[in-house]
Design a protein around this ligand. Structure first.
Ligand SMILES: C[S@@+](CC[C@H](N)C(=O)[O-])C[C@H]1O[C@@H](n2cnc3c(N)ncnc32)[C@H](O)[C@@H]1O
Ligand code: SF4
Length: 404
């Protein structure tokens, strides 16, 4: 496939050509859901006054960490900002606006920057959403997980099945341009009918984007311990695949494009260069899948620039102590060599439906390519290398064959 040397220096869509992003992590939630192993801690039962002090301290640390990282390099204009968690909306509108103002003070920002904030549906309301819209937030991503009450109970969610729809309506009324919901499928006790009703329910809402994740059971979580003790069944691979197929069918019929293994976008508000509505894909997540560059600020945040990757401590107390002492809160750093970057670019690029442009592909042995195509794992479509539907489920095997 016209695989040229020099692919790292002259990327077409990957690497520096993918844009430049900023991830800011907020490691607090009301309650820690039993399945979640994100870098976050529950503060819902803590003294509210102490929580306010902690949030102020954390905001100051985020600012200081941002300023230090920005000062350590020279950066292009930001094309996306993603405030993730945890539950960033626990910071409240005033702190989130101050955080975004600090970003604008210290980094150049593209005119059409995408600014996403993650939220739990029960942590937002009209006032907060209006404050976010005023502060420049263009995209709200909320965890709905399921519209079946008993599944939400198993997942230990703090909201009922009706709350996501109300929160979507509130976000729309507040003028947030794009709204996304996260779903989880394959939860113990979830029936086919629960998942189908959830899909039909969210597709009927005025949302632009959906993420649908197979439940992952992490060993270090309450779910992991329940499964290990035999008190909770492990998710069934066949059921997970059926649920994924159902998502593609139902959401596809409702106008959603499956643009990544777990992500669906609908052509709604975003207008493309030709003046037609374009699917509201997550620009920030596309940056990750295109192996682009981004700064990562906050507890457990990862950054990536030209093959160098670094990440901060997952401990909030260690993070605060390091930043407040003027130290880097970084606990790990690595430099990827060309072959590691090639492997990563393939793995990430094949997650996306559009696959990879030939100019972004590392050299691939023609026999290895033929083998992966014959095995039905990848295909060449419109001159691009992409996974087939089967290949999406066997991504590691596809990459193994391509790099053999
Ligand atoms: C940071 S949370 C989203 C915002 C907010 N904290 C919430 O939960 O509503 C990111 C998303 O990751 C997904 N997620 C987290 N842990 C998961 C797991 N073990 N398996 C599958 N999806 C998971 C959930 O869909 C969740 O909404
Ligand atoms: S899923 Fe969301 S609300 Fe639940 S613990 Fe994880 S980050 Fe917090």
């Amino acid at each position: 496939m016209g695989l040229s040397a020099g692919w790292l220096e002259a990327p077409v869509e990957c690497g520096s050509a993918a844009g430049f992003g900023l991830y800011l992590h907020v490691p607090f939630c009301h309650h820690r859901c039993g399945y979640c192993d994100f870098a976050t801690a529950a503060v819902g039962d803590d003294d509210p006054a102490e929580v306010e002090v902690l949030l102020d301290r954390y905001l100051a640390a985020l600012r200081a960490d941002l300023v230090r990282q920005v000062g350590a390099g020279s950066w292009p204009a930001l094309t996306s900002v993603f405030i993730g968690g945890g539950t960033p909306t626990l910071l409240g509108g005033v702190r989130l606006a101050a955080l975004l103002a600090a970003v604008g003070e210290h980094l150049e920002v593209a005119d059409d920057v995408e600014v996403t904030v993650e939220a739990n549906p029960e942590t937002v309301g009209p006032e907060l959403l209006a404050a976010l819209a005023d502060a420049g937030v263009t995209r709200l991503s909320m965890g709905a997980q399921s519209l079946a009450g008993h599944v939400l109970t198993t997942l230990e969610r703090g909201h009922g099945p009706d709350r996501p729809a109300q929160a979507v309506a509130e976000a729309r009324a507040a003028g947030i341009a794009e709204v996304s919901l996260d779903l989880i499928y394959g939860t113990p006790g979830e029936r086919d009918a629960d998942w189908l009703a959830t899909l039909a329910g969210v597709a009927a809402l005025p949302v632009d984007h959906l993420s649908a994740y197979a439940l992952t059971v992490h060993a270090n979580t309450p779910f992991g311990r329940e499964v290990a003790a035999g008190r909770m069944p492990a998710p069934d691979d066949d059921v997970q695949r059926e649920r994924f197929e159902a998502a593609r069918t139902v959401l596809g019929a409702a106008g959603f494009e499956a643009y990544e293994v777990a992500n669906f976008a609908r052509a709604t508000r975003r207008v493309g260069p030709e003046g037609v509505a374009a699917p509201a894909r997550s620009r920030h997540n596309l940056l990750y899948w295109r192996h682009g560059d981004y700064l990562g600020v906050g507890v457990g945040a990862h950054g990536h620039h030209a093959g160098r990757r670094w990440w901060s401590t997952r401990s909030t107390s260690a993070y605060l102590a390091a930043v407040e002492a003027g130290d880097r809160p970084v606990t790990g750093e690595e430099h990827l060599d060309d072959s590691e970057r090639a492997l990563e670019r393939l793995l990430l690029g094949l997650r996306v439906r559009e696959g990879l442009h030939p100019g972004d592909l590392p050299p691939i042995d023609p026999l290895a390519l033929e083998d992966a195509v014959t095995a039905g794992l990848v295909e060449i479509a419109c001159g691009r290398l992409r996974c087939t539907d089967d290949g999406w489920f066997l991504l590691d095997e596809a990459v193994d064959r391509l790099t053999a």
